[in-house]
Design a protein. Structure first.
Length: 83
C-alpha cells in the first residue's frame, strides 16, 4: 500500500520537478515590450521617396489665394450620384 502511494506521488511529482529545470522560452513574456514598441512614436521618421503630407507648397498657396478671391472650383458631385 505504501509503495503504490509512493508510486502515485512519484508519477505526479517527478514531471513537475523536471519541468522546473527546463529553460524558459526567450520569447515568453515579451508581449508588453512588443506592445510598447508598437505604440512609441518615432520623432524623426524617414520615408524614402514619399512626399510629405500636403504635397506641394505652391499648390497650397494657389488654393488659398483662389479661396480668398472667391474663385474656388465647385465640386462635381454628379459622378458620385450615378449608379
Amino acid at each position: 500500500m505504501i509503495t503504490s502511494n509512493f508510486n502515485r506521488f512519484a508519477a505526479i511529482a517527478l514531471p513537475l520537478l523536471l519541468a522546473g529545470c527546463a529553460t524558459p522560452d526567450p520569447q515568453l513574456g515579451l508581449n508588453v515590450q512588443t506592445n510598447a514598441l508598437a505604440q512609441i512614436i518615432e520623432l524623426d521618421p524617414v520615408y524614402a521617396g514619399v512626399p510629405l503630407p500636403g504635397g506641394s507648397g505652391e499648390r497650397q498657396v494657389d488654393a488659398v489665394r483662389r479661396y480668398n478671391k472667391g474663385k474656388v472650383t465647385a465640386l462635381d458631385i454628379s459622378a458620385t450620384l450615378k449608379k
